[in-house]
Design a protein around this ligand. Structure first.
Ligand code: B3K
Ligand code: ZN
Length: 880
């Protein structure tokens, strides 16, 4: 385990490497405890660099066996090698020379799952960000692009030997072993290196690119699971087609391979020509995967494929530029999902994710700019800010310059920077050049952390037929910047007339308004619209055009009006969701003041209208009827949070909506039943989503547990089965029927680890104080394993991050479990432990007693000796 050295990396310290590595030849002799890695590197001194400049290669936990310089074994004293670097103080004089480096690594003992490791008998690698240095000494930084040739030697029993690029020679070796050679003609950074060796099942397909290149597609999974791989393959083909149609980007090798493994730190990895996936994001069948799983698989297959151009062909100069590939690629996969499914529903889902994960990050101690300027451990910067907010920033560029110029800018990006390692400045410049606009103020979105607030007041004058919007932007200080500069915020809007149509306005003064977007560029501005014949209802931040919070006083009836009539479906969802949130906040305050909240008829009536509106998609109705989560409400309240009161308020509101709509919801629920064979398409999934959302309400009514049990029992697919099990376990915890359903599920699926993850997740998220003990007990379950990231995330991760009442139990029992688990996981896998530890990032918003206990827990972890760099970084920033 790499312990913390306290070293801080700074953006301004970047300088190009003195040496380059144009060619890399690797030979692996695979053995579980001692794999021999031979790296033959062609090294080139950059022009202008003095001959006397030492060559320093990165390593991590390596043991050097042998070193040759230009074919001659290096003598002791001419180099130094330890587990962290190999230094050649006086490299050869010539500009180019060759090194042959032999190292030995032990895949079997590698529990950190970085570098070369074994997962279920399959050798595989994970190198991003700095895992390649755990395989061999190298200039392990993304601006060192090299052409790789890889030879793998392994027992014949490991039938598949894969690496990046195109396949070359292969054959038999003595001792029941065989070999295969791979060559990747595209220069790439070391973080994109990959190797797989295992006895895997495979499905194959073929894709012919627009220009006629025939590409063989291979999807490798555990033997016997081939029939669960076809959806992923279909998603891959659709992604390849979409990237050609929408961005004009074609694939560039003869093969494209995807391998699914069961021990993986993240969702998937975009290694050139050989994507490696967490099997959770490949394997799917109606019996074992939910509609949400299918949608995730589609999105992640697309994301990794899209990286081939945004990330691989054009990569990052340094790790500060991570959003250059991640934010942009998330934007591309969002657009893909929107085109493949319902755009409105996809957008709402994207915004919900952003608000649930990125907003709390931006508002807490771990806030950082989309392009950070400092880091101690880069693995801790694969965050919602870099990914999701990074995607929103790319989307805003699209909004600012429009679809055509955006595409022109992207074309210019590929033309200008193909084969390079570049920066955010390079990225912005292509859009400035394509659009002839100055994006310097806009660039602050990359440089300043925090979620801006836009406060708006509207006044309408019937006499002058003018509408005035007073707009003020603000941005609170964050750990990265104490003082903030004024940003350029594109605020899409509509003025909705009494008939529900957008009103046409006359001249505008006070700000530039183009294509229904107000360009907010000053701290305060007053925007005046003329020629408005009646008081409009103002719909702001339509489509969530900017990732901001809005403070906009609105009458309740105006919100209800927008929820029914806004021509922007996102706007309708936002209006209704805002209403529900306000209602929950008011109920919370009452409960904290020992009063009983009462809910009026209007919300229940609006819920009824939305539920019954046949013009709306099922999936949209399901999203609208889903109450804001406990964490969403906590975030809006901001301080002095008592999770128990929020949970109670939420249940009371749900009960009130259910009671008042009992008959209508029941009839609708029954009408949504379908006997058609299962299909994961968006429309069928939407119908199930609405039916299952209604079930969640109906379960609160008398006999609700029976209804849910019947639903569980009759389910013919995992979506319905898991939804009913959740409803039973969460709405009727400890009841006979809930226990019966949990037991039946366990018996049926106990041999399928990915399905058992759902069983763990459902139980870990049962609201209430009893869950801490249940989670502790489940950690002893035979299906649980502390060394498998998926198991840890579904049980412990869910409990810490998605169970407000259980985790923040007032006596601190949830926090004790947190400290024990995080430290136990850290012993094996620091990266996964650090990610778990972010669950306490919002501790300062809790009420004082819980705050004290949370702080003590963090301090106790920080006081532990020899913490990993990963965990120390998170814990210390969280406490700072
Ligand atoms: N680029 C990888 C993430 C690597 C995480 C390293 N800690 C997956 C992705 O974003 O596509
Ligand atoms: Zn990515």
């Amino acid at each position: 385990m790499r312990t913390d050295t306290g070293q801080v990396f700074r953006l301004e310290d970047y300088r190009p490497s003195d040496y380059l590595i144009p060619e890399t030849n690797l030979t692996f002799q695979l053995f579980p405890d001692a794999t021999l890695v031979r790296a033959e590197l062609l090294i080139e001194r950059r022009s202008g660099v003095s001959e006397k400049t030492p060559l320093i290669l990165d390593g991590d936990g390596l043991e050097l066996k042998r070193l040759e310089i230009d074919g001659v074994v290096a003598q002791a004293g001419t180099f130094t090698a330890d587990d962290e670097r190999l230094t050649i103080a006086r490299p050869p004089r010539g500009r180019r020379f060759r090194l042959t480096i032999d190292t030995v690594v032990a895949p079997s003992g590698n529990q950190a799952l970085m570098g070369l490791y074994l997962s279920n008998g399959v050798y595989c690698t994970q190198c991003e960000a700095e895992g390649f240095r755990r395989i061999t000494y190298f200039l392990d930084r993304p601006d060192i692009l090299s052409v790789y040739t890889v030879r793998i030697e392994a027992p014949r029993a490991l039938s598949r030997l894969l690496s990046n690029g195109n396949p070359g020679e292969s054959g038999e070796l003595a001792g029941d072993r065989h070999y295969a050679v791979w060559h990747d003609p595209h220069p790439k950074p070391s973080y994109l290196f990959a190797l797989v060796a295992g006895d895997l099942g495979c499905i194959k397909d073929r894709f012919v690119t627009a220009s006629g290149r025939s590409v063989e597609l291979g999807l490798y999974v555990e033997r016997g699971k081939e029939n669960q791989a076809s959806y992923a393959m279909d998603a891959l083909r659709r992604s390849m087609k979409w990237d050609e149609e929408v961005f004009g980007l074609e694939y560039d090798l003869d093969v494209f391979n995807i391998v699914a493994v069961s021990d993986f730190n993240i969702g998937a990895m975009e290694n050139k020509g050989l994507n490696i996936f967490n099997d959770k994001y490949v394997l799917a069948g109606e019996e074992t995967a939910t509609d949400a799983d299918f949608a995730n698989i589609e999105a992640i297959i697309a994301h990794e494929y899209f990286h081939n151009w945004t990330g691989n062909r054009i990569t990052c100069r340094d790790w500060f530029q991570l959003c250059l590939k991640e934010g942009l690629t998330v934007y591309r996969d969002h657009e893909f999902s929107s085109d493949q499914r319902s755009r409105a529903v996809s957008r709402i889902a994207q915004v919900r994710t952003l608000r649930a994960h990125q907003f709390p990050e931006d508002q807490g101690p771990l806030a950082h700019p989309v392009r950070p300027r400092r880091y101690r451990e880069i693995n801790n910067f694969y965050t919602a800010t870099v990914y999701e907010k990074g995607s929103e920033v790319a989307r805003m560029i699209h909004t600012l310059i429009g679809a055509d110029l955006f595409r022109r800018g992207m074309d210019l990006y590929f033309e200008r920077h193909d084969g390079q390692a570049v920066t955010i400045e390079d990225f912005l410049k292509v859009f400035e050049d394509a659009s002839d606009q100055d994006l310097s103020q806009f660039a602050l979105w990359y440089h300043q952390a925090g979620t801006p607030n836009v406060a708006v007041t509207a006044s309408y004058s019937p006499a002058s037929q003018e509408l005035t919007l007073e707009i003020e932007q603000s941005l609170a200080p964050t750990p990265s910047e104490a003082r903030k500069r004024v940003m350029h915020i594109p605020l899409a809007f509509g003025l909705v007339g009494p008939d529900g149509r957008d009103m046409v306005h006359g001249a505008v003064s006070g700000a530039s308004v183009e294509n229904d977007v107000i360009h907010v560029r000053k701290r305060r501005q007053s925007v005046k619209f003329t020629g408005i014949s009646e008081r409009p209802v103002v719909s702001l931040n339509r489509g969530f055009s900017a990732p901001v919070t809005l403070t906009f006083e609105m009458r309740k009836e105006d919100r209800i009006f927008l929820a029914r009539h806004d021509s922007d479906p996102y706007g309708r969802w936002q209006a209704f969701n805002g209403l529900l949130t306000e209602e929950l906040m008011a109920a919370f305050r009452k409960l904290r003041g020992d009063r009983t909240p009462e809910f009026g008829d209007d919300l229940a009536a609006a819920s009824h209208t939305i539920a019954m509106d046949e013009r709306l998609e099922h999936a949209f109705r399901a999203l609208a009827l889903t109450l804001p989560g406990e964490a969403d409400v906590a975030r809006e309240i901001g301080t002095n949070i008592d999770p128990d009161a929020i949970c109670l308020a939420r249940e009371m509101l749900a009960r009130s909506i259910a009671t008042r709509n009992a008959e209508a919801f029941r009839t609708l629920y029954e009408g949504l039943r379908s006997d058609a064979p299962y299909s994961p398409d968006a429309a069928s999934a939407g119908r199930r989503a609405l039916r299952n959302t209604l079930l969640d309400y109906l379960a609160l009514l008398p006999e609700g547990d029976r209804l849910a049990y019947g639903h569980f029992d009759a389910a013919t697919n995992m979506t319905d089965r898991a939804a009913a099990l959740t409803v039973l376990a969460h709405r009727h915890p400890g009841s006979d029927l809930a226990d019966r359903a949990l037991a039946a599920f366990e018996i049926r699926f106990r041999d399928d680890p990915l399905v058992m993850d759902k069983w763990f997740l459902i139980q870990a998220s049962v609201p209430g104080h009893a869950t801490a003990d249940r989670v502790r007990a489940l950690m002893q379950h035979p299906a649980f394993s502390i060394s498998n990231p998926n198991r840890v995330r579904s049980l412990a991760g869910t409990f810490f991050s998605a169970n407000q009442t259980g985790f923040h139990r007032p006596d601190g029992a949830g926090y004790s479990l947190f400290a024990e688990t995080v430290l136990a996981v850290e012993q094996r896998n620091p990266q996964v432990a650090a990610r778990l530890a972010t669950a306490l990032r919002s501790w300062r918003s809790l009420e004082p007693a819980r705050q004290r206990k949370a702080r003590e827990t963090l301090l106790a972890i920080a006081a532990t000796d020899k913490l990993s760099a990963d965990l120390r970084d998170i814990v210390e920033r969280t406490l700072a």
